[in-house]
Design a protein around this ligand. Structure first.
Ligand code: HPA
Length: 236
């Protein structure tokens, strides 16, 4: 047990998928894992461990935003020995070439600040995905017949952004989408020798204002879970 996770030692798999929403963790565990059991419910942040094609997997919520994700990712890595962490979540599209429902695989995650900013001070550290996971995720998406967007995303501290100029600059510099967690996940993985990746579904679009209808969310989310699992276990 840690401060925020009630799981017993050995209850958490080395591979952890992290949706922001704890109910999505429940849904994904029920849909995709065999023998899934609840291993954490402290503060309503649900975590489940089961197997996928015989491989142990935990699906654990991160909450919204980098400070929340940082708490769970720190404890999962440092106290429970998680080695591969894949964020599965939604993002806002920022390029015309990116459409609602598309999958984005985040090679890098730009930010204004992260919970790790105090360590880096004047250094603009470049949070980067693990290449083996990135390559496997692209291959898994292509095997499924989908063409993912692969590139940089923006990890924001705010959902209700008061800086339209910032969105404009991110878009001008080729950033594919905006979400609120990946940069800190990549930084923590780098710090602790773990592997991290973010596989995202475009749920809304900043330029067009289009949004994924709620009945489509589950199906689009499922595609992302399958890509993440196949990336974690390429031979399975
Ligand atoms: N901003 C930040 N995070 C998000 C968004 C957004 O527009 N859409 C989905 N996650």
């Amino acid at each position: 047990m840690t401060v925020h996770i009630g799981a017993k030692p050995g209850d958490i798999a080395e591979t952890v998928l992290m949706p922001g929403d704890p109910y999505r963790a429940k849904w994904a565990a029920e849909q995709f894992l065999d023998d899934a059991r609840l291993v954490n419910e402290v503060r309503g942040m649900l975590g489940f461990t089961g197997t996928w094609r015989g491989n142990p997997v935990t699906i654990h919520g991160s909450g919204m935003g980098m400070p929340s994700l940082s708490i769970y990712a720190n404890e999962l890595i440092r106290d429970y020995g998680a080695k591969t962490l894949i964020r599965i979540g939604s993002c806002g599209g920022m390029q015309e070439s990116v459409a609602v429902r598309d999958v984005i695989i985040a090679m890098s995650a730009t930010s204004i600040s992260t919970p790790s900013r105090g360590i880096f001070r004047e250094v603009n550290f470049a949070p980067t995905a693990d290449f083996s996971l990135l390559r496997a995720a692209v291959a898994a998406a292509e095997t499924r017949g989908s063409t993912p967007h692969v590139g940089g995303i923006y990890s924001s501290d705010v959902f209700y952004d008061e800086r339209p100029d910032l969105t404009e600059q991110m878009t001008r510099h080729g950033i594919l989408g905006v979400e609120m967690e990946a940069a800190e996940l990549y930084i923590l993985a780098a710090r602790h020798g773990a592997r991290a990746l973010a596989v995202l579904t475009v749920s809304d679009h900043l330029q067009t204002g289009e949004a994924l209808p709620s009945e489509d969310r589950e199906r689009s989310f499922g595609e992302m879970v399958e890509i993440a699992l196949a990336a974690a276990f390429p031979g399975a």
